[in-house]
Design a protein around this ligand. Structure first.
Ligand SMILES: *Cc1c(COP(=O)(O)O)cnc(C)c1O
Length: 400
């Protein structure tokens, strides 16, 4: 906290989002929350605990490493690895009771015996063209192989939608159609159906017919819509807030420049605030000269190139900005009362998050939000990427 930049992870928002998504579910009895990539930057273990107590039943991760981090911290809920796991790595998954996705043909590979039963979700390719069985026949072969092994349990069968967040449904409908054809064949052959799933956040919020037995929700739990094209039927609340305290206020004359490469040239006398957040913290360089932040409830443009560790804002039209004022990089606008001095004092004397809850929820939460969607749009990316980019260098204050 000495540096003066920090993120607040709002667990009340996470809880509310999970509850509202839960209440929206149709057939799905299980709600898996995706906590890959360090819980979309929020902190995977902290998010996992909160979403599980808010009603999530399962967790999703990208890799075995991510799953082990959760298991080693004592998380016992079902965990599914979405990404590729090799048969060799699957031994470790089995040992830690982590479910793996299999989308390639193990019948022709060297698969070791598992000391504990391995739980497998078969993935079927329907239009994403990334991972999954590309034909019904190879999938059926795999099912027969699974049935012949008593150290492997067929736990799930799923697919993944590529365009559920678009403005048209046709691609998703084609994908669901292919998935249904597969299910039809399986039923015809009298297989007992495992857990079926197809929907990410977009699919979940788009069409209840795509919910099946479980939905895999990521971005919506963190409070954002999957895309700008999509109207979402529920109210979500962003959980991630990024702040920095002003480290200098200065003034330049017309003709002077700001930052590396001198990409900003002042047309008039310009006042500048420096903030200790840069691209190494996950604030993208693509927001150079086009992003903006909020100080004292007012908009301040990013001027010059975003540096690795710092950025500069134009505060010419904002009165009274001084050293230590709190700048909102994204999330709920910081209350005007937030100041580095007071912050450090209270952080030292009280239990940090108690003070934050009072200070933040009483004041900041009434304020509007500088949306990651807005910044992502300006920076030619998506909210997902900005969340995941938030570096370990930024302390996360978990407010519950
Ligand atoms: C990341 C991921 C999800 C979650 O996607 P969101 O768009 O964040 O809801 C669901 N399923 C799979 C296979 C994923 O990789």
């Amino acid at each position: 906290m000495y540096r003066g930049s920090f993120a607040i992870v709002d667990h009340q928002a996470l809880t509310r989002n999970v509850k509202v998504i839960r209440s929206y579910l149709g057939s799905a009895k299980r709600l898996l929350i995706s906590v890959k990539a360090n819980g979309y930057g929020h902190g995977s273990l902290e998010v996992a605990k909160t979403v599980l107590s808010a009603g999530a039943t399962d967790l999703g991760v990208a890799s075995l490493e991510e799953a082990l981090t959760l298991r080693e911290a004592g998380i016992t809920a079902p965990i599914l690895i979405f990404g590729y796991t090799s048969p060799r790595a699957a031994c470790v998954a089995a040992e830690y009771d982590v479910s793996v996705t299999v989308g390639d043909d193990w019948t022709k590979q060297d698969v070791p015996d598992f000391a504990k039963p391995l739980k497998v979700h078969l993935k079927y390719e329907t239009g994403m063209n990334r991972l999954g069985f590309t034909s019904q026949e190879t999938l059926f072969e795999m099912v027969r192989w699974l049935e012949g092994r008593n150290d492997v349990t067929w736990e799930g069968l799923f697919t993944h939608l590529a365009c559920a967040d678009g403005d048209q449904d046709d691609h998703s409908r084609r994908q669901i159609g292919r998935f249904e054809e597969l299910l039809h064949e399986l039923r015809r052959r009298n297989y007992a159906m495992p857990l079926l799933h197809a929907s990410n956040s977009a699919g979940t919020l788009r069409n209840a017919e795509w919910h099946y037995d479980l939905v895999r929700v990521g971005i919506a739990a963190y409070g954002y819509a999957p895309s700008l094209e999509m109207d979402i039927p529920v109210n979500l609340e962003p959980a991630l807030n990024l702040y920095g305290f002003v480290t200098r206020v200065s003034e330049i004359e017309a003709g002077e420049t700001v930052g590396y490469g001198a990409t900003f040239v002042a047309r008039q006398k310009t006042r500048i605030a420096t903030v200790p957040v840069g691209y190494a913290d996950g604030y993208p360089r693509s927001l150079s000269n086009c992003g903006y932040a909020f100080i004292r409830g007012q908009k301040a443009k990013v001027i010059g190139n975003v540096c690795m560790d710092q950025l500069m804002l134009d505060i010419t039209n904002i009165n009274g900005v001084k050293l230590g004022d709190c700048v909102t990089l994204y999330g709920h606008y910081a209350p005007n009362t937030w100041h580095a001095e007071k912050f450090h004092e209270l952080a030292e004397t009280s239990r940090q998050t108690d003070w934050l809850r009072e200070g933040f929820f009483d004041q900041g939460k009434q304020n509007p939000v500088l949306s990651l969607d807005e910044l992502a749009f300006l920076g030619h990316t998506i909210s997902y990427e900005l969340m995941c980019a938030l570096s370990p260098r930024i302390p996360r204050l978990h407010v519950r």
